[in-house]
Design a protein around this ligand. Sequence first.
Ligand code: SF4
Length: 439
Amino acid sequence: MLVYIHVPFCRTRCNYCAFHSVPLGRGVDAAASPQVRDYVDTLLMELALHADTLGGANIQSVFFGGGTPSLLPPRIVGVILDRLGRHFHLGDKTEITLEANPESLRGRNVVPDLLSAGVNRLSIGIQSLDEAMLRTLGRPHKAQDSLQAVFAAREAGCANISMDLMWGLPGQSVRQWLQTLKDAVRMSPDHISTYGLTLEPGTQMELECEEGRLVLPPERDQNIMFMEGAAYLEAQGYLHYEISNFARMGFQCRHNLGYWDGLDYLGLGPSATSTIAGRRWTNPASQRAWDNMVRTGALGKSPEVLTPTVRVLELIMLRLRTANGLRLKSYRELTGRDFLRDNQRLIQALHENGLIRIRNGYLRLTRSGMLVSNAIIANLFERTEAVLNREGLAAGDGNAVAPAPEGEAAQPTIKMDLGKGAGNKAASPEIRPVVWPTA
Ligand code: SF4
């Protein structure tokens, strides 16, 4: 099982951000904030609540995400991990990631204390190494903070460092993006996530773009950023193992891999989602509502039951994000059907356009295919759903989904969260436009 812990606090709100986060303010000491203290109390209660039913489970990875988890004092991170270890099995090999903003790793003892608390992987939100871009994004740090953060992490003995970078930023050129990647590689991270900027509704950045004060790079340039950026990182020894993720050999994020492999995950904290044994629930985003639900023991009591069709669609969506791709046998096991036959004309069109490869029983997207992954997956969803609704599932092993207990509504919802690096970009310099077959 995977554990995700959502820490909703940030210093300030970045201009592009639509995540659930609570700005604490620049000068506020998180350790002394009553809101943070209440959050930790409720989190430990929520953990104990789940331990009643899931206690003793083997934990493959723990991921502190946010928000800005590095605002939590390392001592508190230690308390949370200690409590997790009491209820669940955390082994020597459990990957424990903490997302950090560069400026929050500044103190001399912060990284050593985080490592002592049990964190063994830092994911640093660098986003850009260009001061002007950082200002446009509204990030609370400077490029120098990022260099110092990575240096401090290495000095302290952190053996697994990831960095987040963003491309497709207002005013950014292809040359600037490639320079950012070069500067980043010079810092020798073990893992790099590269996200294309998505303009989220209601954000400051969306407003500024609408008003013409900021201008996104042309789509053609964005496509080149994705393609050339990926090629550059691969040439530097980073495996392109998922649409937005690159890693040195052996440093793929185990938490992400588990998620894409469909392992169960327990989400703790406001707005966190859990999926356990075919049932899914999402905590309320508001801290107060989440706190109420934890105190009344109501969390996870009305889960969405994942139907076989939803599970099949998720398998397609998650597996096609990865470099390995979709194992055709897994589709057959879940549905009793043949994926290639079910999507024959579409598969043929994708193949002819160089967007997919089929080899050794796996169907995977090529790099050009990753660029239009949203459109490809949306098409596959539509067709697969239609086929399964029309013809039903045959006797696949995966049909053994527990029936919904009486009174539980089985209303499947699939989120098309395909990563920011893969928008619906039909026209690109490297690929021909796809003519989607109609049947
Ligand atoms: S630090 Fe991350 S979560 Fe917080 S406001 Fe910025 S982008 Fe959003």
